[in-house]
Design a protein around this ligand. Sequence first.
Ligand code: KDG
Length: 328
Amino acid sequence: MRAFDVLTLGEPMVLFSAGTAGPLRHVSHFAKYTAGAELNFSIALTRLGIPTGFVTKLGEDEFGEFILACMRAEGLDTSLVSRSALQPTGVYFKEYRGPGDPKVHYYRRGSAASALSSEDLRRDWLAGVKIVHITGITPALSSSCQTACEALLDMAEDAGAAISFDPNYRPLLHDRMDVRRFMADYLRRADILFMNEREAELLFGSTDFAAVRRQAHEMGPRTVVLKLGRRGAAVSTVSDGTSRDAVQVPALEIERFVDPVGAGDGFAAGFLFGLMSGWPPEKCLAAGNYVGAMATTVAGDYEGYPFLAELLPYLNLPCSARGHSRGG
Ligand code: KDG
């Protein structure tokens, strides 16, 4: 097992994206991809050279092999992946009907990853880890996944790692619960919080960054990031109890926009990469914007993410620009 700078926990899935528009019942051809928010995040960081541990469980099936092959091809460590002979690897489908985002159909209930529990975690994985990243998707998969996320947070706190939280609101997973209450413990324990405007509205009842960041900082996170889509992103930090002015950085102009999925995971990876490199807030935002924007130029979730040699010139930085510091 390698030592990791960042650790995350979640469910990778096989994505079948409809090859033609219309109801899935009439679709005969699908393109097959690997997907999953935390896997995307791990690939984005790995492409930037950050050793990232991805804890998950796959079925002992062909789709599990497909995801493992993707992880190996992307240079991810696979030693934190367990297998289940009893539960399958999760799958989901994307259906295209009319304008707007595709409709998602999950086949993940009872999947191998949804059986993850605190017993699948080992404390020694946290040695040297700077940031533990959790998204609101994983605890919503099952009660054992929720317990695993809570155990990972305990371990992160014991190990002195910063906690990064992205609510990753998904209506199909979260609409059956009280989202604000469900996310509250993660918000309280997080050092770094990522949100888009829809999540800000759900969690704090506002999209006004002044109001959102004040409430968020009061709950706990020292770094609060609001993703504003085509308007870029903003960050607010508190250090020594003093709140600094928020900083906003505009989005990139994308010439060939294909699909937004994967942008949020890439943004979080790019931002945290900047933070670990000791960059100022506006550079962290610019890195997040770039990684996220590149995801939108391709059909798959992660294929568009840049490598370090592509990110640094975009930021006008030489290849020696990375130092390592603590997250948060
Ligand atoms: O962030 C991208 C994810 O939404 C996608 O890959 C599927 O993980 C997924 C989910 O739970 O929606």
